[in-house]
Design a protein around this ligand. Structure first.
Ligand SMILES: *[C@@H]1O[C@H](CO)[C@@H](O)[C@H](O)[C@H]1NC(C)=O
Ligand SMILES: *[C@@H]1O[C@H](CO)[C@@H](O)[C@H](O)[C@H]1NC(C)=O
Ligand SMILES: *[C@@H]1O[C@H](CO)[C@@H](O)[C@H](O)[C@H]1NC(C)=O
Ligand SMILES: *[C@@H]1O[C@H](CO)[C@@H](O)[C@H](O)[C@H]1NC(C)=O
Ligand SMILES: *[C@@H]1O[C@H](CO)[C@@H](O)[C@H](O)[C@H]1NC(C)=O
Length: 498
């Protein structure tokens, strides 16, 4: 910019008497020097702000924890309590939605799922020639003007598909920021009228995204936006607050298990299979936790000092204030970030005093979302319902799964028998069509991650697979042996039931 101005200033002389090369260089140098000075000033300001930040008060904003105040949840008092009355005989006599997908007309998904190279190659060529279909926020706002029509054309289920499922409702939270089109497809894949879905729209999301999401939710009695929205930052307690916002609202309804999702996930099982698996869990939580792997200093420092969020840098910063000893004599466990928790555990998490103290203590640590639930789940003396009293580090009975508790929820990227066939983004595999044969036989409940614009036929085929399996219902047998061998299923005495 400065250079341009300087050059413009010499414009007329440029025409009359061309500037020598030497002059040009000095003009440029002046420009660079100005940039350098400007840059230094910015750096100085940032450094001062950062310093002030790290010296500032680090006490936990108590009012953020107000969700804990709902000590007793009275389902009856709830304004939008939803009453469903299902006519189960209806569901066996039709009500199967139709989900046309023109892109799949030319695709052989079963062959792709079997890993047949010809079919995979054809799909890759197809993806090079065609763009994925995408519903924009504006389209959602338009299409949801007539909800009946929207639900029908998008092919949502309108009846529970079995009594077993109707009697075992599930609750989901989805944290979102953008890409409503992919979230709507995830919702459609897991949507059943007896379940409950809480969408947390980030405060930073655009007004249009929020509006379109509201309209989408408005078409379903059991889908809603969380009554409170957080601005979510990586590594910051705001992730937990966002989950709490959803769990708080979800607890107004009747369900058995809670699963939190992000928009890039996709189910590997049907609702019927999820219900069968979670019934086997019988109140136990599926929350990974490890003590050993949380011991390196670079991880321990996350709880050794108080951390602050520096919003304008979008980062967490360590301060000079050491943290106190954690409350209630807890051992801190770290886990991967996928969970299935029983309703009793969710209630404990939201209302128990010890749980409140622990969340407060973690509030100014780094990445507390990776610790709070694993810690509550592996300190049996806290008496959190469904928590685990066995040794978290002990290997389970099936040698293949060498980390203790199942990662029943999230696919293990580094699994030695499979290399990512998609692409790696920040150490996570973004699945491609080549991953389909592997994905369709995984025991985990959900797979992370799909990008709807990368090798997008993988997503389309997964949709078709789960949809077909959902329709097939009982006609497909379900092998529960993997789940039965999970330590907390295999040995119920290790599960805390206060
Ligand atoms: C349920 O549907 C069946 C057939 O559609 C009908 O005969 C029956 O009366 C319905 N039951 C109720 C409680 O509505
Ligand atoms: C589920 O919640 C945990 C704890 O807040 C969080 O770390 C994790 O990122 C969430 N998972 C997803 C998929 O959003
Ligand atoms: C704290 O927990 C450890 C084991 O984790 C136990 O040995 C110790 O007695 C406990 N201390 C108190 C005060 O409860
Ligand atoms: C994940 O993959 C790693 C690397 O192969 C393996 O050691 C580990 O046991 C796997 N974890 C699970 C839960 O399968
Ligand atoms: C799903 O069912 C349709 C219709 O029967 C069939 O054409 C398609 O190949 C099936 N796809 C999968 C993945 O099973």
């Amino acid at each position: 910019m400065a250079t341009k101005v300087a050059e413009a200033g010499t414009g007329p002389s440029h025409i009359c008497s061309p500037i020598s090369g030497k002059d040009k260089r000095s003009v440029l140098r002046v420009g660079h020097r100005k940039k350098l000075v400007l840059f230094s000033i910015v750096c100085l300001v940032v450094a001062i702000k950062v310093l002030l930040f790290s010296l500032s008060d680090t006490s936990v904003p108590q009012e953020r924890l107000r969700y804990f105040q709902h000590r007793s949840i009275q389902p009856a008092e709830l304004e939008n309590a939803i009453q469903y009355s299902w006519n189960l005989s209806d569901s066996s006599s039709g009500h199967i939605p139709i989900r046309p997908n023109p892109n799949l007309d030319q695709m052989d998904c079963p062959a792709m799922l079997r890993g047949e190279e010809k079919a995979l190659q054809y799909s890759r060529e197809y993806m090079q020639r065609n763009e994925p279909t995408r519903i924009s926020n504006e389209d959602f706002i338009e299409q949801t003007k007539d909800c009946d029509d929207f639900r029908r054309t998008r092919g949502y289920f309108s009846q529970p598909l079995s009594k077993e499922e109707a009697d075992f409702p599930l609750a989901f939270s989805i944290l979102m920021y953008k890409d409503l089109h992919q979230i709507e497809r995830l919702l459609r894949a897991i949507y059943h009228p007896q379940n409950f879905y809480c969408l947390h729209v980030d405060l930073k999301a655009s007004e249009l995204t929020r509006q379109a999401t509201e309209r989408l939710a408005g078409c379903f009695p059991n889908v809603f936006l969380s009554s409170r929205s957080e601005s979510v930052f990586w590594g910051h307690i705001s992730i937990i607050y966002a989950e709490m916002a959803c769990i708080h609202d979800l607890l107004r309804h009747d369900w058995k298990y809670f699963i939190n999702l992000s928009g890039q996930m996709f189910p590997l099982h049907t609702n019927r299979e999820l219900v069968k698996i979670l019934q086997l869990y019988n109140g136990a939580n599926d929350i990974e936790g490890t003590f050993k792997r949380s011991q390196p200093l670079w991880l321990k420092v996350r709880q050794m000092f108080s951390w602050r969020l520096v919003e304008f840098l979008d980062t967490m910063l360590i301060t000079i204030f050491p943290k106190s000893i954690p409350p209630h004599n807890i051992t801190i466990y770290k886990g991967s970030n996928q969970v299935a928790m029983s309703r009793a555990f969710a209630e404990y998490f939201m209302t128990d005093q010890k749980s409140q103290d622990i969340v407060s203590w973690f509030a100014d640590t780094l990445a507390p979302d990776e610790y709070i639930w694993p810690t509550l789940n592996h300190n049996p003396h806290l008496l959190a319902p469904g928590s685990y009293s066995g040794d978290p580090e002990v290997k389970p009975f099936i040698a293949r799964v060498s980390i203790w508790l199942p990662l029943a929820l999230q696919v293990n990227w580094s699994w030695e028998h499979w290399d990512c066939q998609g692409k790696w983004v920040r150490e996570i595999c973004i699945f491609g069509v080549g991953d389909l044969p592997w994905l369709q036989q995984r025991p985990e409940l959900f797979a992370n991650k799909f990008h709807s614009n990368y090798e997008w036929l993988a997503y389309d085929c997964m949709e078709q697979l789960i949809f077909n399996r959902t329709i097939a219902g009982d006609k497909i047998s379900f092998d529960s042996s993997y789940y039965q061998s999970l330590p907390f299923v295999n040995d119920p005495t290790l599960v805390v039931r206060p």
